[in-house]
Design a protein around this ligand. Structure first.
Ligand SMILES: [Zn+2]
Length: 130
């Protein structure tokens, strides 16, 4: 699996011509995050294939973390239609491009980042994001 990320980072490195500056990469990464957010929200407001129905998440003190997991909600209703799914995947791919581009510029291996985070999540599991 980590080899796939290395191949991806190599492809990004080879395609990295226009935005070689760290300033361009960081601002493009932020911009791309906004574009991904917009694609998700347009699925709600323009297409309507998904709906957001949000309210305060309440952790129940009388339940374990595992039990609370079943009470917490995504606040999403419905499923992405194929068009919205394709658009969101495209924006995620662009986001990954700029993340890999940032890795490349800082001489960091994307595969190492993912491996370290995976190990962290495996070690701390459900307690890692509290
Ligand atoms: Zn849709």
């Amino acid at each position: 699996m980590s080899n796939e990320y290395s191949v991806f980072q190599d492809c990004v490195s080879n395609a990295q011509f226009r935005n070689k500056s760290i300033l361009d990469i960081v601002t493009k990464l932020s911009e791309q995050t906004a574009l991904l957010d917009r694609a998700v929200f347009k699925s709600v407001t323009h297409c309507g294939c998904i709906k957001i129905n949000a309210k305060k998440q309440v952790l129940r003190n009388d339940k374990t973390i595992e039990e609370n997991k079943f009470f917490l909600e995504s606040h999403l209703e419905g499923d992405l239609c194929p068009i919205c799914k394709e658009k969101i995947e495209e924006e995620m791919g662009d986001l990954m491009f700029y993340l890999a581009s940032l890795c490349e510029t800082l001489d960091i291996k994307l595969s190492d980042v993912i491996e370290q985070k995976t190990d962290y999540l495996k070690t701390l599991g459900k307690y890692s994001l509290l």
